[in-house]
Design a binder for this molecule. Structure first.
Ligand code: AMP
Length: 422
């Protein structure tokens, strides 16, 4: 490898991360704006927490036996000798913020949303990154299964505003502290019988966290797990009732779904409802949205006994299936001819921008032809020409770049006609 290409490689973005460049970023902004609008329509408020937290927060919150904590965290020791972790998911941070700021004293339920980067040392592939972005919502203090249905309906409302089609909603109940032990026992017994056919990882999970066997991507493990006992056959009366009412509320919204008794999701803290929205449009990384209930999490954090539920959508996957386009940019290019016109043009640009018109001034002296060529290259919608004669008259030519038609007017008239055609 030449020195030059070696240097380029060293300076390239880290594997599993990517730049979001102009051209693509407008689509992100559009999706983010749609998410904000949707969530705020349902009464959610934004809560921004730091990107890194104490490592113990995730060990405790995400769960010590989860793959995320065992294998995927970006953990480092800071200069003060403290172990910190770049957040792999958002829920533990929100729970910490609620406990820390006593947000539980506010009227409940609490509804929060957030958008931002998450970090996991995952195996990079299409649809799977090490820095990826999630849209996340959380509700605290609402036990009623109607909220479980409402957040799924809200997720669909966002998906449809982004023209995402061909999705399927998978739902399950993963039980609670009362009913899970008996299920774990049955599952362990069956998994031990079949342990010969399971991978090393799954064999380890038999003792640590048998539910996680269902998350295994190895084909043989998946096939064996098909015949394992189903959690839905072990639910206690409370979980069973919650699950039935939740599904009835999904019917109220007219949302089709499929019960998948093997849907356990990758995190340890779920209780009762677990769900995923998958797409049939992309390959193996087909989960666009995943969520569920975590009724014990806050209490286990030493906080109040406040139940919780939420979901996270992966932005990269969402955008790979969203049918949205970046809005066209409408830039007005200000062409000036000579030093006096340059100064006047700079002031004029300020007037246009105050009126909300995107205005571009370039500071390299050029003739009119070069200005027009440059305006066309930048994709400007209009060009205003400021020359000495125009300055004296206070009237300026306005060229519409798509039609080529040129008119003339005062700054006010120009602003009006740009707005009319905007
Ligand atoms: P999770 O927090 O694992 O439940 O994931 C929630 C959503 O985030 C998933 O449905 C994906 O859309 C997205 N997601 C999770 N991990 C990744 C990743 N490594 N790269 C891209 N998107 C991801």
């Amino acid at each position: 490898m030449s020195e030059d290409s070696q240097a380029k490689k060293e300076l390239a973005a880290i594997k599993g991360t990517k730049d979001i460049l102009p051209g693509e970023v407008e689509i992100w902004q559009k999706a983010e704006a749609a998410a904000r609008r949707t969530f705020e329509l349902y009464g959610y408020r934004e809560l921004r927490a730091p990107v890194f937290e104490a490592t113990e927060l995730f060990e405790k919150g995400t769960g010590e036996t989860s793959d995320i904590v065992l294998k995927e965290m970006y953990t480092f020791t800071d200069k003060g000798g403290r172990s910190l972790t770049l957040r792999p998911e958002y829920t533990p941070s929100v729970v910490r913020a609620i406990v820390e700021h006593r947000l539980d004293l506010l009227p409940q339920p609490l509804r929060f949303y957030y958008m931002g980067p998450m970090f996991r040392y995952d195996k990079p592939q299409k649809g799977r990154y090490r820095q990826f972005h999630q849209i996340d919502i959380e509700v605290f203090g609402e036990k009623d299964p109607a909220i479980d249905a409402e957040i799924i309906e809200m997720a669909h409302s966002l998906l449809s505003s982004l023209n995402v089609t061909e999705t399927e909603t998978l739902v399950n109940s993963v039980g609670c502290k009362a009913c899970r032990p008996a299920y774990h026992q049955a599952l362990r017994a069956e998994a031990r019988l079949k342990s010969e056919s399971l991978c090393d990882d799954c064999r380890r999970k038999i003792d640590t966290n048998p539910l996680r066997i269902f998350d295994c991507k190895v084909e043989t493990c998946r096939a064996v797990a098909e015949d394992f006992p189903r959690i839905t056959d072990y639910l206690c009366a409370e979980c069973s009732d919650h699950f039935a009412r939740f599904r009835a509320y999904l019917d109220v919204y007219g949302l089709p779904y499929r019960v998948d008794p093997r849907l356990v999701r990758g995190l340890d803290y779920y209780t009762k409802t677990a769900f995923e929205i998958v797409t049939t449009k992309i390959g193996s990384q087909n989960a666009v949205c995943g969520g569920g209930r975590y009724d014990d999490m806050m209490k286990e954090f030493g906080g109040p006994d406040l139940c919780g539920i939420g979901f996270a959508m992966g932005m990269e996957r969402l955008l790979s299936i969203a049918g949205i386009q970046a809005p066209p940019r409408k830039t007005l290019y200000l062409a000036y001819l000579g030093e006096e016109a340059k100064k006047a043009g700079m002031s004029l640009a300020g007037i246009f921008r105050k009126a909300g018109i995107e205005c571009l001034v370039e500071f390299k002296d050029k003739g009119l032809k070069a200005h027009l060529g440059r305006a066309s290259k930048t994709g400007a919608a209009w060009v205003v020409i400021v020359g000495e004669d125009e300055l004296k008259k206070g009237r300026y030519p306005l060229k519409d770049m798509s039609s080529g038609i040129q008119t003339e007017g005062t700054p006010e008239e120009i602003m009006q006609s740009v707005k009319d055609r905007g």
